[in-house]
Design a protein. Structure first.
Length: 135
């Protein structure tokens, strides 16, 4: 009897625990960027592993995850952002996770530009970067 009650207790605990939604890896990260001089906000798509320049910043997402449509969306991306300085050197100013639902948490804040993640998606109207093949 005690063994049956223990098994029932474990089953109830397991049923009450929320299931962890699987992360979906996406090939495209969508960012918004603010040019503080002009006040213009620009949305731009970046393929994972591709580097795109926004003003003096170079943005490179390494992964971009979200959840399926049946789960509450949690969109995150591991991003590297570098700045091109006035003497044409490239200086890394951010490496880390960005979260679309908390854009102020890990957005890139630069004296002239701000960049934050807005979404991840499977395809883009922007053509993918050219891949070079060894011949």
């Amino acid at each position: 009897m005690a063994l049956a009650l223990a098994a029932l207790g474990v089953a109830v605990l397991a049923a009450g625990a929320p299931a962890e939604a699987a992360r979906i890896a996406n090939p495209v990260a969508v960012f918004s960027g603010l040019d503080k001089i002009t006040g213009r906000i620009t949305s731009f798509d970046v393929y994972v592993g591709e580097t795109v320049q926004f003003g003096a910043l170079q943005v490179t997402p390494r992964v971009c995850y979200n959840r399926d449509d049946t789960e509450a969306q949690k969109v995150d991306s591991f991003v590297e952002v570098s700045e091109i300085t006035l003497d044409r050197k490239i200086r890394r100013i951010f490496t880390g996770w960005m979260f679309a639902e908390s854009p102020g948490l890990n957005a890139v804040e630069h004296p002239v530009y701000d960049v934050w993640l807005t979404e991840c998606k499977m395809q883009s109207d922007v053509p993918p970067p050219q891949t070079t093949s060894a011949q």
